[in-house]
Each structure stands twice: as C-alpha cells, then as structure tokens.
Ligand binder design. Structure first.
Ligand code: URP
Ligand code: ZN
Ligand code: ZN
Length: 465
C-alpha cells in the first residue's frame, strides 16, 4: 500500500488549525501527528512532501457546476475532462454537477446521459444532482430511487418558463416527495414569469444591451421567489437549499426562515462577492461576459453576502461554473440580451478568490475551509469522506502557498473558455500541489493527473438535518 507523508505544514480544517504532519496510506488519511514526535518521525513513506510555510487543506468541494450543459442553443464550453482538470488546478477535488431531465423524458435517461459524458473523463471525483424539469407521477417516483442510489438532491426552477420552469404546484409536489425520501430540493429562486414580461418590454423599447439582463431580473423578483420557495418548503415539511443567492433581500428571506428554525440553507458564488452590475455595464458588448442568473447586483449587496457567510445565514460558496466563450457563444446575444447564454466560468478560481477574502478580512481561514470544503460536503452527503483532513477521510489534500501572488487571466487559466471574468485581478495565495485520494494531480504547479482518475461518488442525504 503506497504511503505519503506531508510534513511541516499548517493543517487547516473547518474546525482546527494545527501544525501537524499527515500520513496518507492507500488513498486515505491514516494519521496526523505533531511534527518531531516519535509517531511522526517513525513513519516510513514512498513519497514525502515538504509543506513548510504552506497550508495543508482538504480538497475543495464545488457543489454547483454545469459541464457541457445545453443552454440557449449551445453548450457550456468545459467538458468533464477540461472542467475537472481546471478544478484540480484550483484546488477543487470534488464537483457535484447537474444531470438534466429533458421535458417528457425520465430522470433515469437524463442521469444516464450525464454518466456517459463524465465516465472515464474526470481528473477528480464527481457526483450528480438532478434537475427536475418535468414533475409528474412517474418522475416523483423516480426521485425515491435516485435518492436510494446516491443522487440525493434535486434542482427546481422558478425561472425559465418553457425550459426548466416548474409552477408552484409542481414544486410543492416535488418538495412533498423530498420530505418523504430524504432528498434536498435546490431552488433557482427568481420569478421567471414576471421576468419574461420585463424582458419583452425591455426589448420592445430597444433596451437590448447586456446591462438590461441585470435590470429586468429584479432584486424584488429574487426575494419574492425565495420567500415563496421557503413557504412551499414549510408547507411540505421539506428542507430547502437556495442556489446562487445574489440579492441582499434574498439573504434576508433565508435568514428570517432560519431564525424561525426552518431547515433552509443558502449558497452564493464568487461572482456575486467580487463582481457587480458595473461589469454588466462594461462598454461595447463586454458585459455579456458577466451574464448569469441570478444576475450580478449593485456593489452594496456584496457586504450583505459576506456578512451572511460570516454569520452562517449562507453556508456554501459554489461556482455555478457554466462557461460560454465570448466568441461565438456570448455573441449569440448581440442586439438581444435575452439570447446571451446564461453562465460564467469560475471552477478554477473559487479557492483562490475566497483565500483573497481571508487576506481582505472578510472571512477567517477556518470559515474559508468550511464554506468551500466541509459545508458543501456535509450539505450533499459526502462528509467526512470529503471536506476534511481526518483519519479515514479520502486523501484529497491541497498544499496551498498563502504568500504566492498571481494574476488571474484567460492567458494562464485552464478552463476551456476564451475569457476570464476576473481578468487582471491580483490575488494572494495559490495552489502548489493537489492530491486526489492520495494520488498527485497537480505537483509543484504541474498537471500530473489524467482523465479517468476521478470516480463517481454516490452520495448520502444532507447531513445538516
Ligand atoms: O446563469 C446561470 N446560472 N447558468 C447556469 C444555470 C443555472 O441556473 O444555474
Ligand atoms: Zn440556477
Ligand atoms: Zn447553476
């Protein structure tokens, strides 16, 4: 059985910061020991990694990605191969992607399609959520089977009428089913029916630029949908996880629900913490690079999101990685913002941007690891296999250099997309080495992994309930 020792580093988990050496055996964490003790010095190893001056972190868990997602007549540009490789470069060793049920088809068919896309191609481990597009008797029954086999979370949309949208009755039925089978409903909370009216009016009045994408997807319509989702979950007696929260008033709705003791959880994404409507308003058609839904908000919302992350009103930061190239894809919406494919690249830079938030004083180091590794693992039934460094856990380990400076750029990133939403941004901190189940994937900033190393992760149910 191969043995690796990581020595000299500061092990940071959601609960602890300790100077400890780490022994890895057969792909799992075998032991931690204080440096220089008999225990640590007696370990024999095939590989020794010097982590002096570095953090030793659990691999990141990105619980919201869309590799190869079909959207608006095109496909997200990262395949499972390129996207998971980019994830590894950024210290993320687990992704949970969204399999899609096509309208009129079964959940099984959608899940099989996503398995076929991912199987044998991933550089790091992966699991699936299921997007429920067609709630009916048969798909409700299928939910039970999926939960039993490890697809334990289901995304529903209050937005995108005619595509993914479910009305309140369908949402209530899915939530009732989830309350019985242990599934977790993930909600895209925007009032899509009202948004579509505003889109039509904007276009008719000649307001066609990317900035109007942000204008029509109003804060009130995110907050209203969040409130409605909470009430429906309350009626169903089901837990609720609100995805990609961007508006201050939506945070307020989640906080109010949690203060009442309801099992309501919230996720935000780096784009809402670091970017704003200023980006959507960039000159020419540049704003298209930042079109995603929920949309970027005015800068003032950022402080509310940071506060929500500090006070646990929000529990998880995922990327909602859904990259479309500017050239040929985002450009589909020139002259009509509603035709710009919704989504942004980000899987590679979540850990670094959140480390920058540590440097800037928004988060503590442990909270960084909590929202990026431990909480998403717990939320989606992967803990403590993923999300921590403790005996028995998978040896998904990141050796992180907290002092390295880097400039984020499309020139140097590894995502298969022709722009960076953070072009030119200087950040402090960078991944040095990444192990996935004890196997090096990134070694001293060189990719040494391979497609097919990543394995499928059947998941348990939410561990916060
Ligand atoms: O704009 C986004 N977020 N695209 C991906 C699909 C979704 O709603 O998460
Ligand atoms: Zn969504
Ligand atoms: Zn998404």
């Amino acid at each position: 059985m191969s043995r690796t020792v990581i020595h000299g580093g500061l092990v940071v988990t959601a609960s602890d910061e300790i100077h400890a050496d780490v022994l890895i055996e057969g792909g799992r964490i075998a032991a931690l020991a204080a440096p220089g003790t008999d225990a640590a010095t007696s370990w024999s190893a095939d590989r020794r990694i010097d982590a002096t001056g570095m953090y030793v972190l659990p691999g990141g868990v990105d619980a919201h990605t869309h590799m190869e997602m079909p959207f608006g007549g095109t496909y997200a540009a990262d395949t499972f191969e390129t996207g998971t490789r980019a994830a590894a470069w950024g210290g993320t060793t687990t992704i949970v992607d969204f399999a899609i049920q096509t309208m009129g088809r079964s959940l099984r068919e959608g899940l099989d399609t996503w398995h076929a896309k991912a199987d044998g191609r991933c550089a790091v481990d992966y699991g699936f959520h299921m997007i429920l597009s067609d709630v009916n008797e048969s798909s409700l029954k299928e939910m039970d089977r999926l939960v039993a086999e490890g697809v334990t979370s289901f995304k529903l949309f209050m937005a995108y009428p005619g595509v993914f949208y479910s009305d309140d009755g369908r949402i209530l039925r899915a939530m009732q089913r989830a309350s019985g089978n242990g599934g977790l409903v993930m909600m895209h909370a925007e009032n899509g029916i009202a948004i579509d009216v505003l889109v039509e009016q904007a276009l008719a009045e000649g307001r066609t630029d990317p900035r109007y994408h942000g204008d029509v997807r109003k804060v009130a319509l995110e907050a209203e949908a969040t409130h409605r989702a909470v009430q429906l979950a309350r009626v169903a007696g089901a837990p609720l996880y609100v995805v990609h929260v961007s508006a201050d008033e939506a945070v307020d709705e989640i906080a109010a629900a949690r203060h009442k003791g309801l099992p309501v959880f919230g996720e935000t994404c780096p784009q809402y913490l670091f970017l704003s409507t200023d980006n959507l308003a960039e000159p020419g058609f540049e704003g298209a690079k930042y079109v995603c839904s929920t949309p970027l908000r005015p800068r003032e919302h950022q402080e509310v999101l940071w506060r929500g992350l500090r006070t646990n009103e929000l529990q998880v930061v995922s990327t909602d990685h859904c990259p479309f190239c500017f050239s040929g894809q985002k450009e589909m919406g020139r002259g009509d913002f509603s035709k710009i494919p919704n989504g942004m690249p980000g899987v590679e830079h979540r850990m670094d941007l959140l480390h920058q938030a540590v440097v800037d004083g928004h988060l503590s180091r442990r909270r960084w690891v909590e929202i990026a590794c431990a909480s998403p693992a717990r939320m989606f039934g992967l803990y403590p296999k993923k999300g921590t460094i403790a005996p028995g856990a998978d040896a998904d380990v990141v050796i992180y250099d907290p002092g390295a400076e880097q400039t984020i750029s499309a020139e140097t990133h590894h995502m298969a997309v022709d722009y960076s939403a953070y072009e030119g941004r200087r950040v402090t901190g960078q991944v040095r080495t990444v192990l996935s189940r004890g196997v090096p994937v990134i070694e001293d900033r060189a990719y040494v992994g391979h497609a097919g190393h990543g394995t499928y992760l059947p998941r348990g149910t939410c561990q916060y309930l």
